[in-house]
Design a binder for this molecule. Sequence first.
Ligand code: TRP
Length: 453
Amino acid sequence: MTDTKTAVHSAWSSRFAFILAATGSAVGLGNIWKFPYITGENGGGAFVLVYLLCVLVIGIPIMIAETMLGRHSQKNPIDAMAYLTKEAQADSNWHYLGWMGVIAGLLILSYYSVIAGWATAYVLKAFTGSFYVDNPAEIKTLFDDFVASPVQLIFWHTLFMLATMLIVVRGVNNGLEKAVQYLMPVLFFLMLLLVGYAMTTGSYFQGLHFLFSPDFSKLTANAVLTAMGHAFFTLSLGMGAIMVYGSYLPKDVSIAKTAVLIAGADTVVALLAGIAIFPIVFANNLHPDSGPGLIFQTLPIAFGSMSGGWLVGILFFVMLVVAALTSSISLIEPAVAWLVESKGFTRERACVWSGLATWALGLGTVLSFNAWSEVKFFERTIFQLLDYLTANLMLPIGGFCIAIFAGWMMQQKHSIAELAMPNDLSYQVWKLLISYVAPAAVFFVFLHVIGVL
Ligand code: TRP
C-alpha cells in the first residue's frame, strides 16, 4: 500500500524536468494554431499588445501562485483545494475551484484533441505530398474537404486521444519527461526556419506591421476578453494543470524564476508562429480572419515552395503533434490524478474513463465542422461554444479565484516559505500583483464585456 502511494504521487527528477514538462504543457496548439488565427480574427497589433500585457501582469503572477498551491499541498487540484481551504480556515466552498479545473481540463481536451487530430492527419498529407499544389485556393479546398468529413475527423481524433492516454498511463516520470526533452529545441529551430521563409515572401513587413502596430479602433470588448483568455490558455493556467505539475516539483526549486522562464519561452514560440504565418497570408492574398483553418491553409504554401520543404513540412507537423501531446497530457492529468489519489482507481482505469468521456464529448466538436455546422447556441457552434466557455470564461474565473486564494486566503508565512522570497522586494511585487492587479484586471475585463464599463 505504501508503495503504491509513493508511486501515485510521484516527483520530477529535477528542476529541469519540471521546466520541460511545464513548457511542454504551455507550448502547444495554443501558440501555433490558436494564437495566429485569433490574432487574425481580432485585427492584429492591438490584440497582440493586450495579450502580451495579460501574460505579464496576470499570467506570470498566477503561474507562480498555481505552482505554489500545488507544491505546498502535494496533491491533485481537487484534494489540494480541499486541503488548502482547511489549512487557511477559509470557506469550504473554495474547494469547488478544484472541481471546476478538472472539468475545464476535460472540456478543453475534447476539442483540443480534434484539432490535434487535424495536425496528425497533416503529417500523413505531408508524407504523401498531397497538399503540394501550387495554388493557395486548392490548398484551402483540400482543407475544407477534409474537415467536411466526420469519418476522417473522428479517426484522427480517436488516434490522438489514444496516444494521449498511452502516455498518461505511464505516469509523469516515464511518459512525460522524455517526450519534451527533444521536442522544444527542434520545434524552435523549425519555427526559425519558417520565419526565414516568411522573409522571402515579399510581404514580411506587412506581416510584422499587422502583428505589431496596434490599431485600437479594432479592439472590441470581446477581443480584449479573448486576448486575456488566451493568456490563460497558452500558459495552461486557471484549471490546475500547472498546480498538478507543481505538486511534483522538488522543494528547493525557485518557483518565480521558473515561471518567468516558462512564460518567456511560450511567448517567443507564439510570436514566431505569428511572424511566420502573416507574411504568407498577405503574400498570397489570403484573409487573416480565415479562422481555425488558418495554419492549415497557409503553411503548406510555405512547404510547397521552399527548398527541402517536403522534409520541413513533415517535421513541422510531427513536432506540432508532439507539442499538442505534451499539452494534452496536462489537460487530463488533474482528472486522472484525482481518480487515482482519492477514488482509488488504478492509473489504467482512471485513464480509460476520463479518456472515454473526453473522446465522446469531442464528437460534438467534430460534427460542428460539418453535419452540425448550423447547430448554434448563443450564435456559436459547439466548438466555438466550448472554446468560449473554457478559454474566455472558466480559465479567467479559475485564475481569478486562484489569485484571490493565494493573495488573501493563504497565510503569508506559507507563501513566503514556498516562494523562498523572504519578504524581499520581489515577494512584495508578486503579492501586489496577485492580491490586487491580476484579480482587478480580470474583473474589469468582465465588466467591460457585459457592458458595465
Ligand atoms: N497551453 C496549451 C497550449 O497552448 C494548452 C493547455 C494545456 C492548457 N494544458 C492546459 C490550457 C491547461 C488551459 C489549461 O496549447
